[in-house]
Write a protein that binds this ligand. Structure first.
Ligand SMILES: NC(=O)c1ccc[n+]([C@@H]2O[C@H](COP(=O)([O-])OP(=O)(O)OC[C@H]3O[C@@H](n4cnc5c(N)ncnc54)[C@H](O)[C@@H]3O)[C@@H](O)[C@H]2O)c1
Length: 323
């Protein structure tokens, strides 16, 4: 049986998923929709899919088994719920949205529907991240330091706080998700977010250019995340975990892992393409109708979103937010 897939939103990230799916036997991209017709036509040309007139038309259970929703987070509407109610398996990009209540409602509908669901926290699929998680099982860090310094997305929506949630909600979400994945759940966040450079550059956007987030976790670990989306001379996306008898360092967005303790001093570099692994896992999950290969469920994505939205609120209200 061939797995028939539809795409809603075929911009930057969707084209990576399409390239991955085209390499996986037994899958076929049959329908695409994008508000930008040019993007839809381009995706259709590279896949042989049909361009549909609306997102709802893509969600036709007679035509597709699974859907990739890759619209920006402000433009998801009720698409995930529709897919679930129609029995269509769901891959949806991170972050899951900008409103926690809405995301929790969708989570409920998805869970009750019994469909397979996966959220685009692709870094979880790296073997290095898997090894860090395995090493940290049964060990507890006393301190976590994470940072993400880089550039901004070219799209206009990304620069609007009400459409993207900012660098923290859109991009640093990967580092926050990695912390949750390898070290447990957040307990409290307190954030300071600033816009010094953006203000002086008279940016038309409304997002922050820098942030510093202090946090504590359920088991007593404390830590900080520092981030900037305006860093032309230095980029980095790293996570460091300090224990009394170990040091774990995930650098280059998780692709390089160093573990140092009394018995070892080892550095491992991943050769994996996390986007491909994520697609492979989704196809396997849908084919065998099991969530087992999926490393980030919708509920998981919702929990990571809650941390980032709480950090935004913490900065705005100048208070710590407890979960
Ligand atoms: N997992 C990752 O590593 C990763 C990487 C990049 C982006 N993303 C996420 O993927 C999503 C899209 O990001 P992108 O970089 O592809 O953005 P993009 O701007 O490159 O593409 C978005 C596409 O969605 C289309 N679109 C917008 N509103 C739509 C609507 N209502 N209906 C249908 N199509 C619509 C746009 O025309 C565009 O083609 C974002 O949520 C982003 O955070 C995830």
């Amino acid at each position: 049986m061939r797995l028939k897939i539809g795409f809603i939103g075929v911009g930057g990230i969707a084209s990576l998923h399409i390239q991955s799916l085209l390499r996986i036997d037994g899958t076929e991209i049959v329908s695409v929709y994008d508000v930008n017709k040019e993007n839809a036509v381009k995706a259709a040309e590279s896949t042989g899919a049909q361009v549909m007139d609306s997102a709802e038309q893509v969600l036709d259970p007679a035509r597709i088994d699974a859907v990739y929703i890759c619209t920006p987070q402000f433009a998801r509407g009720n698409l995930e719920e529709l897919a679930a109610l129609r029995g269509i398996h769901l891959f949806v990009e991170k972050p899951l949205g900008l409103d926690m209540e809405e995301v929790r409602r969708k989570e409920q509908v998805i869970l009750e529907s019994g469909i397979i669901h996966s959220v685009g926290y692709c870094l979880r699929y790296l073997d290095t991240v898997q090894q860090a998680k395995a090493y940290l099982t049964g060990r507890q860090a006393h301190l976590i330091q994470a940072y993400r310094f880089g550039g901004s997305h070219p799209a206009e929506w990304w620069h609007r706080l009400d459409m993207s949630g900012g660098h923290l909600v859109d991009a640093v979400t990967h580092q926050i998700d990695m912390i949750r994945y390898v070290a447990g759940e957040f307990n409290e966040v307190e954030a300071k977010l600033g816009r010094v450079s953006f203000d002086s550059l008279q940016s038309k956007g409304s997002i922050y250019d820098a942030g510093s987030i202090a946090f504590s976790m359920e088991q007593g670990t404390v830590g900080s995340i520092t981030e900037s989306c305006l860093s032309p001379f230095h980029t980095a996306s790293d996570l460091k975990l300090f224990g009394h008898d170990f040091f774990v360092y995930l650098s280059q967005n998780g692709a390089v892992l160093a573990i140092i303790d009394g018995g070892q001093n080892e550095t491992i570099t991943s050769a994996m393409d996390p986007y491909f692994e994520q697609c492979k896992a989704f196809v396997e999950a849908v084919t065998h109708h099991t969530q087992a290969p999926i490393l980030s469920s919708y509920a998981d994505g919702a929990r990571t979103l809650a941390v980032t939205l709480a950090a935004n609120r913490s900065s705005l209200e100048r208070t710590a937010i407890h979960f």
